[in-house]
Write a protein that binds this ligand. Structure first.
Ligand SMILES: [Zn+2]
Length: 158
């Protein structure tokens, strides 16, 4: 695997997933959209095949997301379970907030991909999307630490 040597291997998105993320983001504005990503580790990165939108039941859905418990539970019981989480920032840049970083520890170890979207500036590009890899490490004291590594996104041609 020399193609991405020295860099983080990309997250590959099916075009249908890219479109679904943009559609969901737009359809719930001005609220935050959220959902899970299904896929698998692929040669040279992670491949996302399917997006499952979830209802956002946060008390303040303009600035936060909390997946509907029924949606969340049914997603976690899928086999294989989701490998990624998506949510949107309707009013801010698609970069992790401190609340987003705090929420990482609550995600099961099968979550490897973290996507954040924001509304695009032109109709041709309905979504600005940033990709992150979820990295889990242990400190010398044995404490679990979870962080996000910025990761290039690639949309598959078909
Ligand atoms: Zn966020």
């Amino acid at each position: 695997m020399t193609a991405f040597q020295g860099t983080v291997p990309p997250i590959w998105l099916k075009p249908s997933v890219y479109q679904a993320l943009g559609k969901h983001l737009a359809s719930v504005l001005p609220h935050e959209a959220c959902g899970v990503l299904l896929g698998a580790a692929a040669a040279g990165g992670m491949r996302i095949d399917t997006y499952l939108p979830m209802r956002n039941v946060a008390p303040d859905p303009l600035h936060a997301f909390v997946p509907h418990p029924a949606d969340w539970i049914s997603a976690l019981y899928l086999a294989p379970p989701p490998i990624g989480l998506f949510h949107s920032h309707p009013l801010a840049a698609p970069q992790p907030s401190s609340a987003d970083l705090d929420g990482l520890t609550g995600l099961g170890d099968h979550f490897a991909v973290y996507l954040i979207g924001a509304p695009g500036k032109e109709p041709a590009n309905p979504i600005l999307l940033n990709g992150y890899s979820i990295q889990r490490t242990r400190t010398e004291g044995g404490e679990r630490s979870v962080s996000l590594i910025e990761t290039p996104l690639q949309v598959l041609l078909k």
